[in-house]
Design a protein around this ligand. Structure first.
Ligand SMILES: [Fe+2]
Ligand SMILES: [Fe+2]
Length: 248
């Protein structure tokens, strides 16, 4: 990731969630109070050398895949999920989109199964892009902060800005189920459709793009619904319990 001294702490956390490790190493939980400061001013506040901080953050690699996520800090898992999103947006979705726009498919009847599948895929893409943005704008930052609160009891959780435990279950789980089912149905409908000889190559490319994406999405959805959200909700309850104990 290209890091400039003018980039804000918030933007670095947004793009590379595991930068929490470096921010905590140089400031404890202080960085949470300087999210809109750029790196130059933040480094001054915490007494770090700007070039050193820029270098360390720039050298930070995405969290490696295939880890035992239960044994890793939550920011590594969030970083990995964030990286998945980048890959969905930058690679998987465009490959499928391009396959649906192959020149040979340009003159299909609107009722042709491939034309119908292309339109369905377009509306799926819009919903899916919106869903990823929602996670990146609200749930991921919220969980990063809760995770940090767990290590730094002096930090408050910003309950006034929303509570992950109260975040409607429907909003957390049902989009994931919807995306999974949509892809499975689309895959089956394309499999069941008899391939026309003159469109065999195009049909194969669409199917292959969809199947590769589906596999990756299934593991992403599993990590979110079975690892990230339950861990986040557990940490949130634990942090709230500790706060109550300090108040009595
Ligand atoms: Fe996601
Ligand atoms: Fe999701």
């Amino acid at each position: 990731m290209k890091i400039e001294p003018s980039i804000t702490v918030r933007s670095i956390l947004y793009q590379r969630p595991r930068s929490v490790a470096i921010f905590e190493a140089v400031s404890g939980s202080i960085f949470w109070h300087h999210l809109d400061a750029n790196l130059s001013s933040f480094a001054q506040v915490v007494g770090s050398a700007v070039p050193d901080l820029v270098r360390r953050l720039g050298e930070l690699k995405p969290a490696a895949t295939g880890q035992d996520w239960g044994a890793r800090p939550l920011y590594d898992l969030i970083d990995h999920l964030r990286e998945d999103h980048e890959d969905f947006r930058g690679r998987h979705l465009p490959i499928i989109e391009q396959a649906f726009h192959a020149p040979a498919l340009g003159h299909l009847e609107p009722s042709h199964p491939l034309a119908l599948a292309g339109r369905d895929f377009q509306s799926f893409t819009q919903d899916f892009l919106w869903h990823m943005k929602e996670e990146e704008d609200f749930i991921f930052p919220k969980l990063l902060r809760i995770d940090s609160c767990f290590r730094h009891p002096e930090l408050y959780t910003e309950i006034q800005k929303g509570n992950v435990g109260l975040y409607p279950n429907a909003l957390i789980h049902s989009p994931e189920q919807h995306f999974k089912h949509f892809l499975a149905e689309l895959r089956d409908s394309l499999r069941n459709h008899a391939v026309e000889e003159n469109l065999a190559k195009e049909t194969y490319e669409i199917r292959e793009g969809l199947e590769t994406f589906e596999l990756r999405l299934l593991s992403h959805v599993f990590l979110e619904t079975d690892r990230l959200f339950p861990t986040g909700i557990r940490l949130e309850k634990e942090v709230a319990r500790k706060m109550r104990m300090r108040m009595v």
